[in-house]
Structures are given as structure tokens and as C-alpha cells.
Write a protein of this length. Structure first.
Length: 217
């Protein structure tokens, strides 16, 4: 007898069950990044930031030595999070910064979603630390980057071996939406996908322009 039921996996993310931590999307960290094209990285970072905003995801943006070394945050992220405090740190591992931990405790979620620069240091550090403390950890792999492809890939492998779950930026947004009948976020998701979704976004523009196409209807 089949046990199938129309219910989602418990491992799928929802807007209210996690904290998105966006780490060190700053100019000095971007200059030596080689594992991903910086234009692509900026696009993907904007996609997840906008997604977090429209779904009301608890978000912690954090920087390292912003004034003294690493420089300003990518403008597209600053634009999305106007009015939200960016926590500046001296620690490479955000999980060792008490201000970040205080915010994690205040937001009180069991899941952590990470993105930022660099994968092998500023993402692996908090990922491994949070996993050890009993959190579920997800890493948005195409919204991370490192000084080489090998450094990025080895860091992702290390985190997966420790129990982290990888996903990509567009997957993150669509996983939060999951049902095209959810009208309260439908238009915003379509707008983000059209602007930042590459070929998928061009397809949305085509469908809407040529025959008024709309997913789920």
C-alpha cells in the first residue's frame, strides 16, 4: 500500500524556519575571487537578498573590517537591506563574533543558510561551527566564491561531509515559493526571476509578452 501523500519533505526550507546570513560581500573580498565570475556572483547575491526580503526571511548581513580593510558592501545588497544593521566583525568566522551569535539567539531559528566570501574561510567556519552546535546548515553554493575553484570546491566538499546541505540561488527562491498559487509573492518572484534568472528569466519575459503566460493558471 502506497504511503504517498501531498506533503513536502521536512528538509525543504520555508520562509520562517531559517536565518539567512550574508557574509562579507565586500569589494576587497571580491577582488581576488576566481571561482566564480563577479558579475554572476553579484547577480546571485542580489537574487537571494531580494528573495529574503519579499518572503520576510530573518536575515543577518555581516561584514569584516569594513572601514579599515575590506571596504563597502555590494551596492545591490545595500539597496535591498536599507535600514538593516550590518554587523561588522574582526573574526574571520562569523560564529566566533558575539554580536552575530546574539542576533542568532534573538531570531531563534533551527536552520542557518549561508552565502558570501570566501567559501573556504568565512563560509566554512560558521557552517562547521553551527553544525557542531546542532543547527541544520544550508550553503548557497553559487552565492559563494573563493580565490580558486579548488578552494571553493574543497570547502563545499568539507561542509557536505560534515552535514551541510548545498543549494543554488534560484533554487533557494523557488523553494520558498514552491506553489505558483501563492499569490501574495507570485508577482515579486516573477519579477526577481525575470531580472536575475538568466535564461529562465528571458523565458518568463517571452511567455508573458507573447501570450500572457502565467505559471499555475
Amino acid at each position: 500500500m502506497s504511503k504517498a501523500s501531498a506533503t513536502p519533505s521536512k528538509s525543504l526550507l520555508t520562509p520562517r524556519d531559517h536565518i539567512l546570513i550574508m557574509i562579507d560581500f565586500q569589494s576587497q573580498m571580491a577582488f581576488p575571487t576566481r571561482s566564480i565570475d563577479i558579475t554572476v556572483l553579484r547577480n546571485n547575491a542580489a537574487l537571494i537578498a531580494k528573495s529574503a526580503k519579499i518572503f520576510g526571511v530573518a536575515t543577518i548581513p555581516t561584514t569584516v573590517a569594513e572601514k579599515s580593510f575590506s571596504g563597502p558592501v555590494f551596492p545591490e545588497i545595500l539597496e535591498v537591506f536599507k535600514g538593516l544593521k550590518f554587523i561588522d566583525r574582526t573574526t574571520m568566522n562569523s560564529w566566533e563574533d558575539q554580536n552575530v551569535i546574539n542576533e542568532v539567539k534573538k531570531l531563534d531559528r533551527s536552520r542557518i543558510v549561508l552565502s558570501g566570501l570566501w567559501t573556504s574561510v568565512c563560509i566554512a567556519g560558521p557552517a562547521l561551527s553551527a553544525l557542531e552546535q546542532g543547527f541544520e546548515v544550508y550553503v548557497i553554493t553559487d552565492a559563494c566564491g573563493d580565490i580558486s575553484t579548488e578552494a571553493h570546491d574543497m570547502a563545499i566538499s568539507r561542509m557536505i561531509q560534515a552535514g551541510a546541505r548545498p543549494l543554488t540561488s534560484l533554487t533557494y527562491m523557488l523553494e520558498l515559493q514552491r506553489d505558483w498559487a501563492r499569490g501574495e509573492t507570485y508577482n515579486a518572484v516573477m519579477g526577481i526571476a525575470t531580472e536575475h534568472g538568466g535564461g529562465y528569466g528571458i523565458g518568463i519575459q517571452y511567455a508573458k509578452t507573447m501570450f500572457g503566460g502565467k505559471e499555475g493558471h
